[in-house]
Design a protein around this ligand. Structure first.
Ligand SMILES: Nc1nc2c(ncn2[C@@H]2O[C@H](COP(=O)(O)OP(=O)(O)OP(=O)(O)O)[C@@H](O)[C@H]2O)c(=O)[nH]1
Ligand SMILES: [Mg+2]
Length: 308
């Protein structure tokens, strides 16, 4: 666990950390004392890591005040302060209690290509390793190869897949899967949906329908409404988060492709805006490349230089 966790989160954050840490170190190499110029360059780095203007502004106000009070005078104390601010913000996303019912129904949503199907496969593999039975629902009936892609993953991870024909009603697929899982006492149902732009209101309505129809089989389902976001998207992820949250009430965020970007900071404004936690992060294309998100380790991993 220790090695795996640090290793993988460390690896996933490598680009963001390298950007922030080497940037900060360069600033302090030029100018060991904190002054106006150091702070301005820090501000640029924070914006560059996709923390967003609002969060950056607030962090900078806090940091400037700390510098004035002489609480911060060098790189180490600056990093410590930054970490503590980030931890406070990220703690605004309070995780829900895991439901104790069987099955636990999880609906995965997000825009096209963010990694929904792959993430479902990764979660299914984790649940199988915990000894749980898993049913996958191919409610992406829109894209021709989507059902096939999920079926292949199902085979690989040892999960059954409920599929209808291409073009079928996705709500009907979800309903069938949930009903089957209920009847057969399966532990978890993971529902894959078609990628959709958050601005397409008809497609967002379709998500509401899927949710309503699932509730006909199990009244408080889907228990988990998981928004999958691609970390390489930049600030548009914030708009996605807001509109999906408005539509179905997101309970958890999974940020994928953290391995491919220096903009891992995007997590912070999203958690801040939604007060919803990041539950997992994707750090690669393999089935094991999904790791539980941990606030302290994330804040630590952003600034710790050379830690792998
Ligand atoms: N590097 C990296 N690639 C990832 C990660 N998660 C998913 N991918 C890749 O992203 C691509 C799209 O993944 P899918 O799971 O098909 O995405 P999707 O959201 O289901 O796509 P649509 O169903 O078309 O909307 C694939 O090539 C995945 O291997 C990740 O954490 N890191
Ligand atoms: Mg998909």
């Amino acid at each position: 666990m220790a090695e795996g966790f640090w290793g993988k989160l460390g690896k996933g954050l490598a680009k963001t950390r390298e950007y922030l840490s080497s940037g900060l170190e360069a600033v302090f190499l030029d100018q060991p004392n904190i002054n106006q110029e150091t702070l301005d360059r820090l501000e640029e780095l924070l914006i560059g890591s996709d923390l967003g203007m609002e969060v950056t502004d607030r962090l900078m106000i806090g940091l400037r005040a700390s510098v004035e009070r002489k609480e911060i005078s060098n790189l180490a104390s600056l990093k410590k302060k930054l970490k503590s601010y980030l931890v406070v913000i990220l703690n605004k996303g309070v995780p829900q209690e895991p439901p104790k019912t069987t099955p636990v129904v999880s609906l995965f949503v997000g825009v096209n290509g963010v990694g929904k199907t792959t993430t479902i496969a990764k979660r299914a593999a984790q649940l199988r390793r915990e000894g749980k039975t898993v049913l996958l629902a191919a409610a992406d009936t829109f894209r021709a190869a989507a059902g096939e892609q999920l079926a292949i993953w199902g085979d690989r991870v040892g999960a059954e897949v409920v599929r209808h024909q291409e073009g079928a009603d996705p709500a009907a697929v979800a309903f069938d899967a949930v009903s089957a899982a209920l009847a057969r006492k399966i532990d978890a149902v993971l529902i894959d949906t078609a990628g959709r732009l958050q601005t397409k209101s008809n497609l967002m309505e379709e998500l509401k329908k899927i949710k309503r129809v699932i509730a006909k089989a199990i009244p408080d389902a889907p228990h988990e409404r998981i928004l999958v976001l691609d970390a390489t998207t930049g600030q548009n992820a914030l708009s996605q988060a807001r509109l999906f949250h408005e539509t179905i009430g997101v309970t958890g965020i999974i940020l994928t492709k953290l391995d491919g970007t220096a903009k891992g900071g995007i997590i912070v404004p999203i958690v801040e805006a939604l007060s919803v936690p990041v539950t997992y992060v994707g750090v690669g294309e393999g089935v094991d490349d999904l790791i539980p998100f941990n606030i302290e380790s994330f804040a630590e991993g952003l600034f710790e230089s050379g830690k792998e």
